[in-house]
Design a protein around this ligand. Structure first.
Ligand code: FES
Ligand code: FES
Length: 158
């Protein structure tokens, strides 16, 4: 039987009717039209569906819908919706950090959380923070370059 689940996503309160078998990824993509989080492995192992739940990185494909009642979520859509957009967006474009792009939304979410916690991450710390994410195109070096560029811009005085 469906249950009503209320939570906040990108600062917006929402209420969704979820089936018991629904995952958080189902709610985001199928009920709320937030298609940035992607379905890759469906097993919590690739990072394509990464979102931030109450300040922690989660695999939306592996999070039960019922577990997020009352939670505050941030998805990749928040990075481009903010004004100005998060510096990661321009940095990934400038560094051509991706090929097919399938992995990138999850990586952007992880990178944004890293930069929130650590404004001056070393390359090794960026690599460690993104270790969960699989990029089958092998764009790793460019992705690291892009996160370094965004970090350097966040340090610049406004
Ligand atoms: S689709 Fe969720 S971790 Fe791979
Ligand atoms: S750019 Fe294709 S999987 Fe990463």
């Amino acid at each position: 039987m469906p249950a009503s689940i209320a939570f906040t996503v990108n600062g917006r309160p929402v209420e969704v009717s979820a089936e018991p078998e629904d995952t958080l990824l189902d709610l985001l993509r199928n009920h709320l039209g937030l298609t940035g989080a992607r379905f890759g492995c469906g097993a919590g192992q690739c990072g394509a569906c990464a979102v931030i739940v109450d300040g922690e990185l989660k695999a939306a494909c592996h999070t039960e819908a019922g577990a997020i009642a009352g939670a505050k979520l941030t998805t990749v859509e928040a990075l481009s919706a903010s004004s100005p957009p998060h510096p990661l967006i321009a940095a990934f474009l400038e560094k051509q950090a991706g090929q097919c792009g399938f992995c990138l939304n999850g990586i952007l979410v992880s990178a944004s959380l890293l930069l929130e916690r650590n404004r001056e991450p070393s390359r090794a710390e960026i690599a460690e923070a993104l270790d969960w994410h699989l990029c089958r195109c092998g764009a790793h070096n460019r992705i690291l370059n892009a996160v370094e560029l965004a970090a350097s811009r966040l340090k610049e005085p406004a």
